[in-house]
Design a binder for this molecule. Sequence first.
Ligand SMILES: [Zn+2]
Length: 368
Amino acid sequence: MRRAIFLSSPETWQHGHGPQHPLKPERLQRTFELLSEYGTLAAPNVQVIQPRLAEADELSLFHTQDYIRVTRALSSGELALPAGSYGFGPGDNPVFSGMYETEALKAGSALQAAELLYNGECDAAFSYSGGLHHAGPDFASGFCVFNDCAVAIQWLVDRGLRVAYVDIDVHHGDGVQNAFYGTDRVLTISLHQDPRTLFPGTGFVDEIGRGAGTGYSVNVPLPPLTFDEAYLRAFEAIVPPLLRRFSPDIVATQLGVDTHYTDPLANLALTTHAQLALFQALDALSPRWLAFGGGGYAIDLVPRSWALAFGVMSEQKFPEKLPAAYRRKYGGSLLHDATGPDFTDAVRLRVSGAVDEVIAQVRQLHAI
Ligand SMILES: [Zn+2]
């Protein structure tokens, strides 16, 4: 039976970016509670591990020493620093009290997941507090302070492993792509909403890597309203053949669930049924599975979707009805979506045709 590890600590949901910020820490708390109420975390093949803080020298696997120092100083209330030139400020990346410890814990969680997989202590590890794929070496971006994905992948690459990174968040995984843009040791694949219509504005088909990394950066920009069947068609046409060709030791995945049709920040139109199918497909493609969380701003959706993800990782199924204690506290009724987006046939046809065009472009560029 597959051994799965869930990395979780209440410390990751004690501080947040502020009451108005969409990246609400209770996403993490609710996911933990839903999995606990289902009994998933008590299964014999599951271990729950409290993550540790990443040390400064571990963060420097990807980040500059200067950025690490400034982030720590801002977090502890130092005001005489040019926060804005490091990407901090009101809006997406506000400085908050406890920021350094909270964010270094998420990076530590990713590193610990990578270590556990590297040491053969599990087959799948879910560091669900991370997936902070926009952060750059010396700047915060898109709600992301430390790029836990890039830090953990670099740690694995330093030990000689080949890593494929698949990012299914609705936003382009720009920070991770850029981290490995010039190397053939890491294959990055990002499926996301068309960058002409969404932050961060990158992730076009022709961003394919540079130098030795040419061909090892793959982008699949999908039109707004891309729905279950069309998304899965793109995934199946592109991701499995590329992963088979690359033959990774470990597959790292960013499992943002802001692709959902109810997500308030983006415009793709998936349901939990397609999200589950994606988790199952990634499972089948992963010799060892390093899973990160990611975006997802519909608070009632995120715990349901990530429970489905960890169910796949730990080979567990759930009753369709949400546990009574969870329903009493947070409302809701069923694990899967009971409804979905409602399109006219004309819209479906138009979106479907646009997705097919993207598939053809990507397959041609990458000789699939
Ligand atoms: Zn996102």
